[in-house]
Design a protein around this ligand. Structure first.
Ligand SMILES: CC(C)(COP(=O)(O)OP(=O)(O)OC[C@H]1O[C@@H](n2cnc3c(N)ncnc32)[C@H](O)[C@@H]1OP(=O)(O)O)[C@@H](O)C(=O)NCCC(=O)NCCS
Length: 199
């Protein structure tokens, strides 16, 4: 993996990272590239994201059906970020998924939540394992974080496997915390902790 990016912000003690819009992100992995979203991804984003099997494993913020208007709204959200913390996963020149970190605020400024999805035809090839590994290392370093966490629905064994492959540790199970697709399930929290840059 190579990482070509400009370091654009530094963690602040109380107010979290200072961000600069102009940062550019590109992580080259063996099967995919992680890079900034572009409005040119609109058609591919709608085609891949409009999938019930993806929606079923994500929070209520991910729409279904996924329409061109949803894609436009997504590009507006990313454009409004001081520095993008959500990126496209590209395979063979096409955006086929998304991955991002949602940084905490105030006392939680050293933590972020990671989320991701991949086009269903590409599942099971190890693509997300390498994407999560690359983005985790990047996010911890670039944003000066000491903790990344992921909340996984109780039925999502594939995502748990991805996180375990990437060194995340299962921390807790919030019983019946999630109601999705007409069913109650647990929220399983995984975390990757690195305090080496603190203290
Ligand atoms: C979860 C998801 C990101 C995985 O992406 P992926 O590229 O297929 O993942 P990988 O190929 O890197 O690894 C998948 C692992 O799960 C395993 N797996 C896949 N389906 C499984 C299942 N039904 N039960 C158990 N394990 C399963 C695979 O065998 C593999 O583990 P292994 O390497 O130990 O064999 C993808 O399925 C997806 O986008 N799902 C919908 C959105 C989602 O769940 N996002 C995460 C929310 S927390």
């Amino acid at each position: 993996m190579t990482c070509r990016t400009r370091v654009a912000w530094r963690p602040g003690e109380d107010c979290g990272p200072r961000v600069v819009r102009s940062a550019h992100m590109r992580l080259e992995c063996s099967q995919c590239v992680i890079r900034d979203w572009s409005p040119a991804d609109r058609e591919a984003l709608v085609r891949h994201a409009d999938n019930r099997a993806i929606w079923r494993n994500l929070t209520h913020k991910f729409p279904h059906p996924y329409t061109p208007a949803d894609a436009d709204r997504w590009f507006e959200i990313v454009a409004a970020m001081p520095e993008p913390t959500a990126w496209a996963i590209e395979v063979e020149g096409e955006a086929v998924g998304g991955i991002g970190v949602h940084p905490g605020e105030g006392v939680y400024a050293g933590s972020a939540e990671i989320g991701y999805w991949l086009a269903a035809p590409l599942w099971g090839r190890g693509i997300m394992t390498e994407a999560v590994r690359a983005v985790s290392a990047y996010a911890l370093e670039h944003f000066g974080l000491c903790r990344l966490e992921a909340g996984v629905f109780g039925w999502n064994t594939a995502s748990m496997r991805v996180l375990e492959h990437c060194g995340f540790v299962r921390e807790s199970i919030a019983k019946a915390a999630v109601f999705k697709d007409g069913e109650l399930t647990d929220k399983v929290t995984y975390a990757l902790v690195d305090v080496s840059r603190k203290g």
